[in-house]
Design a protein around this ligand. Structure first.
Ligand SMILES: O=c1ccn([C@@H]2O[C@H](COP(=O)(O)OP(=O)(O)O[C@H]3O[C@@H](CO)[C@H](O)[C@H]3O)[C@@H](O)[C@H]2O)c(=O)[nH]1
Ligand SMILES: [Mn+2]
Length: 367
């Protein structure tokens, strides 16, 4: 019998001191007002993109640290070259500086959605429940998440697999503006997602998926070093493939390490459609490159000696350089940046017991 997840709201917010909320932004964070009941108990890490001299207004009452480009450059020095500029990919810097076990990342144009009964959805709480309950990547449960209230493993599901595996990633979805690519946005400018599907599924082992960074939770201790959002935006030939890259790399590594990835609930309300023409310019190379990238990730194998995320990631970077460098020299640069990312990650997150690299004084405008 799968352990039933409770649905009553806990007195103390779940994982209150074990989770950071990472927000990439170029604007004032008024959107937090709507999330206050659900977010106020948690620490925020705000990654300010673009002009560092601009002041980002954060509503009163939130506990946060804020990093702009000057902070990133000061903290990482030359290794800051691996953090994108003028692209939401910069958010992964927040994953690196966090010291918590879990991370939730959300865009500043994402608001609280309502379920079909009209009840406001605490997306953060649902992500936490997803991350705290096991995944089932080795055998598909046709009644979806067996660990939810009112569900279980169906007949024929092997009992030897019912313990499941630790969940590394919880991928949430979006009502209103769906995360479509530019061509689809151009063809269907008025399409809105009104379909609330009450399901959470484990993405089967060996299957890739298009990971969107808008409404995403993950266990930083299990998969954090693989959550590099790549080289995007300013000075790069591609954008809007930041989260996709992280999703492909992390899924290959989760499959190798026996970790789970879930998708489905919770929904957020995505309010703003970014400009499809601007998006087309950012993502067009990705639209044909991905026809070669997907087969690469589908066939990627990692040796058994790769027992940590870092080792897996470095091995993947080697394969990216060797096999994708011929697609475009960008992937040679990206492979090098993947290694720089791991070096920077390990510098800021030394193994427990080793002296941690204290952030330089004033590295962040803390609250
Ligand atoms: O240069 C920038 C632009 C934006 N941001 C911040 O990033 C998020 C997302 O921005 P926005 O909502 O404008 O863009 P979307 O197209 O909806 O983003 C989704 O598509 C993918 C793009 O890679 C991504 O997975 C989703 O985020 C907001 O918080 C902006 O403030 C930025 O930091 N730098
Ligand atoms: Mn958006």
């Amino acid at each position: 019998m799968a352990a039933a997840a409770t649905t009553t709201r806990p007195a103390v917010p779940l994982l209150k001191d074990e989770l950071d909320i990472v927000i990439p932004t170029i604007r004032n964070l008024d959107f937090l007002e709507q999330w206050r009941p659900f977010f106020q108990a948690y620490h925020l890490i705000i990654v300010q993109d673009g002009d560092p001299s601009k002041t980002i207004k954060v509503p009163e009452g939130f506990d946060y640290e804020l990093y702009n480009r000057n902070d990133i450059n000061r903290i990482l020095g030359p290794k800051a070259s691996c953090i994108s500029f003028k692209d939401s990919a910069c958010r992964c810097f927040g994953y690196m500086v966090s010291k918590k076990k879990y991370v939730y990342t959300i865009d500043d144009d994402c608001f609280v959605a309502k379920d079909p009964s009209g009840k406001e959805i605490n997306a953060l709480e649902q992500h936490i429940r997803n991350l705290l309950s096991p995944s089932t990547p080795f055998f598909f449960n046709t009644l979806y998440d067996p660990y939810r209230d009112g569900a279980d493993f169906v007949r024929g599901y092997p009992f030897s697999l019912r313990e499941g595996v630790p969940t590394a990633v919880s991928h949430g979805l979006w009502l209103n503006i769906p995360d479509y690519d530019a061509p689809t946005q151009l063809v269907k400018p008025l399409e809105r997602n009104t379909r609330f599907v009450d399901a959470i599924m484990t993405i089967p082992k060996g299957t890739l998926f298009p990971m969107c960074g808008m409404n995403l939770g993950f266990n930083r201790e299990l998969i954090g070093p693989a959550m590099y959002f790549g080289l995007m935006g300013d000075g790069q030939p591609i954008g809007r493939y930041d989260d996709m890259w992280a999703g492909w790399c992390s899924k290959v590594i989760c499959d190798h390490l026996g970790l789970g990835v879930k998708t489905g609930l919770p929904y957020i309300w995505h309010s703003k459609a970014s400009n499809p023409f601007v998006n087309l310019k950012k993502e067009y190379k990705g639209i044909y490159w991905q026809e070669e990238l997907i087969p690469f990730f589908q066939s990627a194998t990692l040796p058994k000696e790769c027992t940590t995320v870092q080792k897996c990631y470095i091995e993947l970077a080697k394969q990216v350089k060797a096999k994708l460098g011929k697609v475009d020299e960008y992937f040679i640069k990206l492979a090098d940046a993947m290694v720089t990312w791991i070096e920077a990650w390990d510098e800021l997150n030394p193994p427990s017991g080793a002296k941690s690299t204290e952030l330089p004084n004033g590295a962040a405008a803390t609250k």
